[in-house]
Each structure stands twice: as structure tokens, then as C-alpha cells.
Design a protein. Sequence first.
Length: 281
Amino acid sequence: MVTEHQDPPATGVQGELHQDRFVGGQDLTRWASPGGQALARAARKISSVLGPHATLILTLAVGAVIAAALTALFSEVYESVVDADGVAGLDHPVLDAAKGARSPALDLIITGYTDIGGTVGMPVLALITTVVLALRRRSWTPAILIVIAAAGSLLMTIAGKQLVGRTRPLLADAVPPYEYSASFPSGHSLNSVVIAGVVAYLVILRRKSRRGRIWTAALAAAFAVTMGLSRVYLGHHWLTDVLAAWALGLAWLVLVITAHRLYLTIRKRRAPAPVSADSSS
């Protein structure tokens, strides 16, 4: 009997299992370390009661608590570094260099660019991306990941500003429109790392070519880096505010990706065994 070749499904739960499980030959549901294996076992037990998506949300919530604790710890370390004038010794020289590079035309361009990562631009981009990915994949998973990742990023920004309360550069050194909230961490920088990182991760899962995956990661990294540097150029943040935001954003991004890997592991365990087309007549 001759069987027809069928492409693996690309939507719904089956699409997630067939399309999202492997990246460059690496199985995301395989956990090499004892810690990862323990996490996978715990996630499977919780999933047996709550279900996969509820477990994903719970895992992300736990990750958000860990991220909040990291923010508090990082805030203490950051204050010590600033007080000791360590890396913070770069802040004033870098700001002076940025002021020397300014021009009316460049100021206008970079102000428009930085607005993309602001309180209006970034939520709009995240919403559009969420809707597109959720509809194309016919799955709630992209929406859950992006929404909770963005919410966690926002909470980390708010917590960091309240814990440290660092003053921004002087208004005389900044390009209008001026901003008056605390300087640490840079919300634009943190949010761009998280949102661009999550979107890039979801896109990379469906990219079959190595070149496509590299370009996707490179574009996301370039967006996050240039967004952070735009804040320094405009005098809205110190360099160390941006560096700290990048570090916090990467930590939260790792937690989000880990939560999704656990979700895929659960889905793989719950999936029924495939039925061979040759078994039917």
C-alpha cells in the first residue's frame, strides 16, 4: 500500500508539538541537567490537575516572582556600584560624547525611534504581534507568553524605579520632550529586550533554516541595543540604567523561555501516540 506524504500540522496543539519542539535539531523538551528534569517532573504533576495552559500561566507567575526578587537584589548591587563609582564612572563621559554627536535632524529621528519603545508604541507592537501569531497558529500560547512577559517587564521597571529612585540626567543635558520618572532601570531598554526577545523566540521556533534563525535573533538584538542607546543619546537615562535594564530583561526572558519549554514538555507527555498510516487498510 502506498501512503501519501503529509506535512506536519502547523496550527493548534499538534502544530506546537511538531513545529515548536525542535530548534536546529535540539529537542526543547529534553532536560539534561538534574534541575531541569526536576522542573519537568513538577510541571507534569501540576499539569495533571490544572492542564497545560494553566500550568504555563502558573509557571510564568512563579517566574515573575523570581524576576521581582532579582530586581530587588540587582537594585541593591546597582546602588553599591553607583556609590563606589565603578561602572557608573562611564555615565558622564558617555553622556558628554552623546551631546557632542547631536544635531537637530538626528535628534528628531532618534526621538521618533525611541517613541516606538515607549508606553504607547511598545504595547501597540506587542498587541499586533500577539494577534497575528495567535491567529496564524490558532493557539493561545503566543498570547500568554507575550502578555505575561510584557506585564512582568512592566512590573520589574516599576519596582526598580521605586527601589532605587535614581535621578535622570539634568534637563539641560536632555533632548525634549523631557521625562521625570526615576532613571533606573530604563523601561524602554528592558521592555525592548523582553518583547523583541519573546517575539524572536516564537518566530525562530518556526524557522527551518539556520540563516533565518540567525537573522531573526540579530534583528531582535539590534532593536534592543539601539533602543537602549537611543535613551543615552537623548539624555533620558544614564548608560548604567540601560546596562542594568538589559541584564534584567535577559534574566526575565530566560525565565519565560524556560516556562515555554516546560509547557512543550507537558504537551509532549500528554499527546497520544501517533497512528501509522500503514496500519489502516
